[in-house]
Design a protein around this ligand. Structure first.
Ligand SMILES: [Mg+2]
Length: 362
Protein backbone atom coordinates (compact mmCIF):
# COMPACT_ATOMS: atom_id res chain seq x y z
CA UNK A 1 0.00 0.00 0.00
CA UNK A 2 1.31 3.43 -0.90
CA UNK A 3 1.98 5.95 1.81
CA UNK A 4 -0.99 8.20 2.47
CA UNK A 5 -0.56 11.75 1.17
CA UNK A 6 -1.99 14.58 3.27
CA UNK A 7 -5.38 15.94 2.19
CA UNK A 8 -4.96 19.49 0.74
CA UNK A 9 -8.78 19.66 0.88
CA UNK A 10 -11.28 17.07 2.03
CA UNK A 11 -14.60 17.30 0.19
CA UNK A 12 -17.60 15.02 0.64
CA UNK A 13 -20.50 14.66 -1.78
CA UNK A 14 -23.55 13.28 0.01
CA UNK A 15 -26.46 12.08 -2.12
CA UNK A 16 -29.54 10.30 -0.80
CA UNK A 17 -30.41 7.21 -2.85
CA UNK A 18 -33.62 7.33 -4.92
CA UNK A 19 -34.74 10.02 -2.51
CA UNK A 20 -38.45 10.56 -3.28
CA UNK A 21 -39.42 6.92 -3.62
CA UNK A 22 -37.22 5.90 -0.68
CA UNK A 23 -39.20 8.24 1.59
CA UNK A 24 -42.43 6.45 0.56
CA UNK A 25 -40.90 2.97 0.83
CA UNK A 26 -39.59 3.85 4.29
CA UNK A 27 -43.04 4.95 5.51
CA UNK A 28 -45.15 2.27 3.80
CA UNK A 29 -43.63 -1.21 4.18
CA UNK A 30 -46.03 -2.53 1.51
CA UNK A 31 -44.11 -0.52 -1.10
CA UNK A 32 -40.74 -2.07 -0.30
CA UNK A 33 -39.32 -4.29 -3.02
CA UNK A 34 -41.87 -2.92 -5.52
CA UNK A 35 -41.33 -0.75 -8.60
CA UNK A 36 -42.47 2.68 -7.40
CA UNK A 37 -42.49 6.05 -9.13
CA UNK A 38 -43.43 9.50 -7.88
CA UNK A 39 -45.39 11.45 -10.49
CA UNK A 40 -48.36 13.76 -10.83
CA UNK A 41 -51.70 12.54 -12.10
CA UNK A 42 -52.09 14.48 -15.32
CA UNK A 43 -51.81 12.83 -18.72
CA UNK A 44 -48.60 14.72 -19.38
CA UNK A 45 -47.01 13.90 -16.02
CA UNK A 46 -43.33 12.98 -15.91
CA UNK A 47 -41.53 10.74 -13.43
CA UNK A 48 -40.04 12.79 -10.56
CA UNK A 49 -38.32 9.82 -8.98
CA UNK A 50 -38.10 6.07 -9.49
CA UNK A 51 -37.21 3.29 -7.04
CA UNK A 52 -34.34 0.96 -7.92
CA UNK A 53 -36.91 -1.76 -8.63
CA UNK A 54 -38.58 0.54 -11.19
CA UNK A 55 -35.20 1.49 -12.67
CA UNK A 56 -34.54 -2.16 -13.49
CA UNK A 57 -37.53 -1.89 -15.89
CA UNK A 58 -35.88 1.10 -17.58
CA UNK A 59 -37.98 3.69 -15.74
CA UNK A 60 -36.08 6.85 -14.87
CA UNK A 61 -36.50 10.43 -13.73
CA UNK A 62 -37.94 12.91 -16.28
CA UNK A 63 -39.50 10.09 -18.35
CA UNK A 64 -43.14 10.69 -19.39
CA UNK A 65 -45.38 8.68 -17.08
CA UNK A 66 -47.18 6.92 -19.96
CA UNK A 67 -43.81 5.64 -21.21
CA UNK A 68 -42.88 4.49 -17.69
CA UNK A 69 -46.18 2.57 -17.43
CA UNK A 70 -45.58 1.00 -20.84
CA UNK A 71 -42.19 -0.28 -19.68
CA UNK A 72 -43.47 -1.38 -16.29
CA UNK A 73 -47.26 -1.98 -16.18
CA UNK A 74 -47.18 -2.94 -12.47
CA UNK A 75 -45.52 0.38 -11.56
CA UNK A 76 -46.97 1.86 -8.37
CA UNK A 77 -47.45 5.59 -9.01
CA UNK A 78 -47.52 7.89 -6.00
CA UNK A 79 -48.39 11.61 -6.14
CA UNK A 80 -45.59 13.83 -4.83
CA UNK A 81 -45.78 14.88 -1.17
CA UNK A 82 -43.42 17.82 -0.88
CA UNK A 83 -43.82 18.28 2.88
CA UNK A 84 -42.52 14.78 3.54
CA UNK A 85 -39.48 15.29 1.32
CA UNK A 86 -38.75 18.65 2.92
CA UNK A 87 -38.99 17.13 6.40
CA UNK A 88 -36.54 14.32 5.54
CA UNK A 89 -34.21 16.83 3.88
CA UNK A 90 -34.32 19.08 6.93
CA UNK A 91 -33.37 16.15 9.19
CA UNK A 92 -30.44 15.26 6.95
CA UNK A 93 -29.28 18.90 6.87
CA UNK A 94 -29.31 18.92 10.69
CA UNK A 95 -27.09 15.83 10.70
CA UNK A 96 -24.65 17.40 8.21
CA UNK A 97 -24.36 20.48 10.44
CA UNK A 98 -22.90 18.27 13.18
CA UNK A 99 -19.95 17.58 10.90
CA UNK A 100 -19.32 20.94 9.23
CA UNK A 101 -20.14 24.59 9.81
CA UNK A 102 -23.06 25.79 7.64
CA UNK A 103 -20.72 27.99 5.60
CA UNK A 104 -18.92 24.75 4.64
CA UNK A 105 -22.08 22.96 3.49
CA UNK A 106 -23.34 23.59 -0.05
CA UNK A 107 -26.87 22.32 -0.55
CA UNK A 108 -27.37 21.40 -4.20
CA UNK A 109 -30.85 19.86 -3.92
CA UNK A 110 -33.18 18.44 -1.27
CA UNK A 111 -31.18 15.21 -1.44
CA UNK A 112 -27.69 16.38 -2.31
CA UNK A 113 -24.93 18.42 -0.64
CA UNK A 114 -21.19 19.02 -0.63
CA UNK A 115 -19.27 19.37 2.63
CA UNK A 116 -15.81 20.83 3.05
CA UNK A 117 -14.40 19.01 6.09
CA UNK A 118 -10.78 20.09 5.57
CA UNK A 119 -10.65 21.80 8.98
CA UNK A 120 -11.67 18.62 10.80
CA UNK A 121 -9.09 16.61 8.92
CA UNK A 122 -6.30 19.12 9.60
CA UNK A 123 -6.82 18.77 13.32
CA UNK A 124 -6.16 15.11 12.80
CA UNK A 125 -9.27 14.12 14.74
CA UNK A 126 -10.70 11.94 12.03
CA UNK A 127 -9.92 10.73 8.54
CA UNK A 128 -12.31 11.97 5.84
CA UNK A 129 -13.60 8.47 5.20
CA UNK A 130 -14.40 8.06 8.89
CA UNK A 131 -16.50 11.25 8.81
CA UNK A 132 -18.29 9.94 5.70
CA UNK A 133 -19.04 6.65 7.45
CA UNK A 134 -20.51 8.43 10.46
CA UNK A 135 -22.69 10.64 8.27
CA UNK A 136 -24.05 7.58 6.46
CA UNK A 137 -24.68 5.82 9.76
CA UNK A 138 -26.50 8.81 11.27
CA UNK A 139 -28.69 9.29 8.19
CA UNK A 140 -29.57 5.61 8.19
CA UNK A 141 -30.36 5.27 11.88
CA UNK A 142 -31.99 8.68 12.44
CA UNK A 143 -33.78 9.34 9.14
CA UNK A 144 -34.20 5.79 7.84
CA UNK A 145 -32.70 6.53 4.42
CA UNK A 146 -29.48 5.50 2.71
CA UNK A 147 -26.97 7.90 1.22
CA UNK A 148 -24.06 7.42 -1.13
CA UNK A 149 -20.97 9.42 -0.28
CA UNK A 150 -17.93 10.29 -2.37
CA UNK A 151 -14.74 11.51 -0.68
CA UNK A 152 -12.04 13.37 -2.60
CA UNK A 153 -9.89 16.52 -2.69
CA UNK A 154 -12.38 18.32 -4.98
CA UNK A 155 -16.09 18.52 -5.76
CA UNK A 156 -16.01 16.92 -9.21
CA UNK A 157 -14.17 13.77 -8.16
CA UNK A 158 -16.22 13.49 -4.95
CA UNK A 159 -19.46 13.64 -6.95
CA UNK A 160 -18.36 11.10 -9.55
CA UNK A 161 -16.94 8.80 -6.86
CA UNK A 162 -20.18 8.89 -4.87
CA UNK A 163 -22.28 8.18 -7.95
CA UNK A 164 -20.08 5.24 -8.96
CA UNK A 165 -21.38 2.83 -6.35
CA UNK A 166 -25.00 3.62 -5.61
CA UNK A 167 -27.00 2.79 -3.58
CA UNK A 168 -25.49 2.98 -0.08
CA UNK A 169 -21.97 3.43 -1.43
CA UNK A 170 -18.86 5.00 0.07
CA UNK A 171 -16.00 5.64 -2.32
CA UNK A 172 -12.81 7.47 -1.37
CA UNK A 173 -10.36 8.76 -3.97
CA UNK A 174 -7.09 9.40 -2.15
CA UNK A 175 -5.09 12.58 -2.81
CA UNK A 176 -2.80 12.21 -5.79
CA UNK A 177 -4.81 9.58 -7.70
CA UNK A 178 -7.65 11.82 -8.95
CA UNK A 179 -6.47 11.74 -12.57
CA UNK A 180 -6.04 7.93 -12.50
CA UNK A 181 -9.55 7.53 -11.09
CA UNK A 182 -11.09 9.74 -13.78
CA UNK A 183 -9.04 8.52 -16.76
CA UNK A 184 -11.08 5.45 -17.85
CA UNK A 185 -14.48 7.22 -17.60
CA UNK A 186 -16.24 8.48 -20.73
CA UNK A 187 -16.04 12.30 -21.04
CA UNK A 188 -19.83 12.41 -20.57
CA UNK A 189 -19.24 11.50 -16.90
CA UNK A 190 -18.14 15.09 -16.26
CA UNK A 191 -21.25 16.80 -14.86
CA UNK A 192 -22.45 19.65 -17.06
CA UNK A 193 -20.69 18.36 -20.17
CA UNK A 194 -23.58 18.08 -22.62
CA UNK A 195 -24.09 15.66 -25.52
CA UNK A 196 -23.05 18.27 -28.12
CA UNK A 197 -19.69 18.93 -26.48
CA UNK A 198 -19.28 15.19 -26.06
CA UNK A 199 -19.87 14.72 -29.80
CA UNK A 200 -17.40 17.46 -30.74
CA UNK A 201 -14.79 15.92 -28.46
CA UNK A 202 -15.42 12.52 -30.02
CA UNK A 203 -14.71 13.98 -33.46
CA UNK A 204 -11.40 15.25 -32.06
CA UNK A 205 -10.58 11.71 -30.92
CA UNK A 206 -11.37 12.40 -27.27
CA UNK A 207 -13.56 9.66 -25.77
CA UNK A 208 -12.41 9.22 -22.19
CA UNK A 209 -11.58 11.69 -19.46
CA UNK A 210 -8.00 10.44 -19.75
CA UNK A 211 -7.96 11.38 -23.46
CA UNK A 212 -9.12 14.85 -22.48
CA UNK A 213 -6.48 15.16 -19.76
CA UNK A 214 -3.70 14.41 -22.26
CA UNK A 215 -5.06 16.25 -25.30
CA UNK A 216 -3.13 19.21 -26.66
CA UNK A 217 -4.37 22.16 -24.61
CA UNK A 218 -4.08 24.63 -27.48
CA UNK A 219 -6.46 22.58 -29.64
CA UNK A 220 -9.01 22.43 -26.84
CA UNK A 221 -8.82 26.22 -26.48
CA UNK A 222 -9.27 26.65 -30.24
CA UNK A 223 -12.37 24.48 -30.14
CA UNK A 224 -14.00 25.60 -26.89
CA UNK A 225 -12.33 28.87 -25.87
CA UNK A 226 -11.24 29.32 -22.26
CA UNK A 227 -13.77 26.64 -21.29
CA UNK A 228 -11.56 24.09 -23.07
CA UNK A 229 -8.66 24.71 -20.72
CA UNK A 230 -10.96 24.58 -17.71
CA UNK A 231 -12.43 21.29 -18.90
CA UNK A 232 -8.94 19.86 -19.22
CA UNK A 233 -8.00 20.95 -15.71
CA UNK A 234 -11.07 19.13 -14.40
CA UNK A 235 -10.13 16.04 -16.41
CA UNK A 236 -6.70 16.14 -14.79
CA UNK A 237 -8.38 16.13 -11.38
CA UNK A 238 -7.31 19.71 -10.69
CA UNK A 239 -10.53 21.11 -9.31
CA UNK A 240 -10.33 24.02 -6.89
CA UNK A 241 -13.98 25.10 -7.06
CA UNK A 242 -15.00 26.00 -3.51
CA UNK A 243 -17.86 24.61 -1.45
CA UNK A 244 -20.18 27.59 -1.23
CA UNK A 245 -22.15 27.33 1.97
CA UNK A 246 -24.89 29.42 3.48
CA UNK A 247 -24.49 32.44 5.70
CA UNK A 248 -26.99 33.09 8.48
CA UNK A 249 -29.41 36.01 8.08
CA UNK A 250 -28.15 39.18 9.74
CA UNK A 251 -31.24 39.89 11.75
CA UNK A 252 -34.60 38.36 12.55
CA UNK A 253 -37.28 40.82 13.56
CA UNK A 254 -41.01 41.26 14.05
CA UNK A 255 -43.20 44.16 15.05
CA UNK A 256 -46.81 44.96 15.73
CA UNK A 257 -48.78 48.16 15.61
CA UNK A 258 -51.40 48.76 18.29
CA UNK A 259 -54.94 49.74 17.35
CA UNK A 260 -54.70 52.48 20.00
CA UNK A 261 -51.70 53.99 21.79
CA UNK A 262 -50.61 51.91 24.77
CA UNK A 263 -49.04 53.20 27.95
CA UNK A 264 -49.65 50.26 30.25
CA UNK A 265 -46.38 48.38 30.84
CA UNK A 266 -48.12 45.05 31.34
CA UNK A 267 -49.90 45.35 28.01
CA UNK A 268 -46.56 46.16 26.34
CA UNK A 269 -45.02 43.08 27.92
CA UNK A 270 -47.81 40.85 26.61
CA UNK A 271 -47.15 42.16 23.09
CA UNK A 272 -43.42 41.75 23.66
CA UNK A 273 -43.89 38.12 24.71
CA UNK A 274 -45.84 37.36 21.52
CA UNK A 275 -43.15 38.97 19.36
CA UNK A 276 -40.35 37.14 21.18
CA UNK A 277 -42.14 33.81 20.60
CA UNK A 278 -42.44 34.64 16.91
CA UNK A 279 -38.79 35.61 16.35
CA UNK A 280 -37.51 32.74 18.49
CA UNK A 281 -39.43 30.21 16.41
CA UNK A 282 -37.72 31.55 13.29
CA UNK A 283 -34.37 31.53 15.08
CA UNK A 284 -34.76 27.85 15.98
CA UNK A 285 -36.03 26.97 12.49
CA UNK A 286 -32.91 28.57 10.99
CA UNK A 287 -30.69 26.64 13.42
CA UNK A 288 -29.01 29.79 14.74
CA UNK A 289 -28.58 31.58 18.07
CA UNK A 290 -28.63 35.28 18.87
CA UNK A 291 -26.29 37.45 20.91
CA UNK A 292 -28.23 40.70 20.80
CA UNK A 293 -31.88 41.43 21.51
CA UNK A 294 -33.26 44.85 20.64
CA UNK A 295 -36.59 46.48 21.26
CA UNK A 296 -37.93 49.47 19.38
CA UNK A 297 -40.89 51.62 20.19
CA UNK A 298 -42.67 54.09 17.92
CA UNK A 299 -44.24 56.99 19.74
CA UNK A 300 -47.43 58.79 18.61
CA UNK A 301 -45.28 61.56 17.06
CA UNK A 302 -43.54 58.81 15.02
CA UNK A 303 -40.28 59.17 16.91
CA UNK A 304 -38.44 55.87 17.28
CA UNK A 305 -36.76 54.82 20.49
CA UNK A 306 -34.70 51.66 20.57
CA UNK A 307 -32.46 49.92 23.07
CA UNK A 308 -30.57 46.69 22.92
CA UNK A 309 -29.17 44.11 25.31
CA UNK A 310 -26.23 41.90 24.32
CA UNK A 311 -25.15 38.67 25.87
CA UNK A 312 -21.67 37.15 25.95
CA UNK A 313 -22.93 33.78 24.75
CA UNK A 314 -25.55 33.38 22.00
CA UNK A 315 -28.86 31.77 22.90
CA UNK A 316 -32.06 30.41 21.36
CA UNK A 317 -33.88 30.01 24.68
CA UNK A 318 -37.20 31.95 24.49
CA UNK A 319 -37.18 32.69 28.23
CA UNK A 320 -33.66 34.13 28.16
CA UNK A 321 -34.54 36.17 25.07
CA UNK A 322 -37.72 37.46 26.70
CA UNK A 323 -35.82 38.60 29.82
CA UNK A 324 -33.31 40.43 27.63
CA UNK A 325 -36.15 42.01 25.63
CA UNK A 326 -37.88 43.14 28.84
CA UNK A 327 -34.64 44.70 30.06
CA UNK A 328 -34.37 46.56 26.74
CA UNK A 329 -37.99 47.68 27.05
CA UNK A 330 -37.34 49.05 30.53
CA UNK A 331 -34.48 51.12 29.17
CA UNK A 332 -36.49 52.48 26.26
CA UNK A 333 -39.78 53.17 28.00
CA UNK A 334 -38.49 55.32 30.81
CA UNK A 335 -41.19 57.95 30.89
CA UNK A 336 -44.19 55.69 30.30
CA UNK A 337 -45.09 57.56 27.15
CA UNK A 338 -47.82 56.19 24.90
CA UNK A 339 -46.57 53.71 22.32
CA UNK A 340 -48.12 53.00 18.91
CA UNK A 341 -45.76 50.26 17.69
CA UNK A 342 -43.45 47.76 19.35
CA UNK A 343 -40.80 45.66 17.62
CA UNK A 344 -38.24 43.03 18.61
CA UNK A 345 -35.06 42.25 16.70
CA UNK A 346 -32.46 39.50 17.14
CA UNK A 347 -28.97 40.07 15.77
CA UNK A 348 -25.44 38.81 16.23
CA UNK A 349 -26.77 35.54 14.81
CA UNK A 350 -24.46 32.55 14.87
CA UNK A 351 -24.64 28.93 13.98
CA UNK A 352 -23.61 26.71 16.89
CA UNK A 353 -20.05 25.50 16.33
CA UNK A 354 -19.96 21.92 15.06
CA UNK A 355 -16.65 21.27 16.85
CA UNK A 356 -18.35 21.57 20.20
CA UNK A 357 -21.12 19.25 19.13
CA UNK A 358 -18.60 16.76 17.80
CA UNK A 359 -16.92 16.56 21.19
CA UNK A 360 -20.25 15.54 22.65
CA UNK A 361 -20.84 13.19 19.78
CA UNK A 362 -17.42 11.54 20.21
MG1 LIG B 1 -30.19 11.44 -4.86
Amino acid sequence: MRRAEPWPRAILHVDLDAFYTSVHQRDEPGLRGKPVAVAGRSRRAVVMGASYEARSFGVHTAMPLHEALRRCPELVVIPPQQSRYREASRQVQAILRRFAAPEKIETVALDEAYLDITARTRHGTSAPEEVARRIKYSIHTEVGLTASVGVATGKLVAKIAGASRKPDGLVTVLPGIEADFLAPLPVGAIPGLGPRTEERLRLMGVRTVGDLAHHETQRLIQAFGAGGALLQRLAQGRDRSPVVGSRPARTISAESTFEYDVTDREELEVALRRLVDRVTRRLVADGVRARTVSVKLKLPDFRLVSRQVSRTSPTDDPEVIFRAARAALERSHLESRPVRLIGVGLSGLEHPRPEVQMTLFD
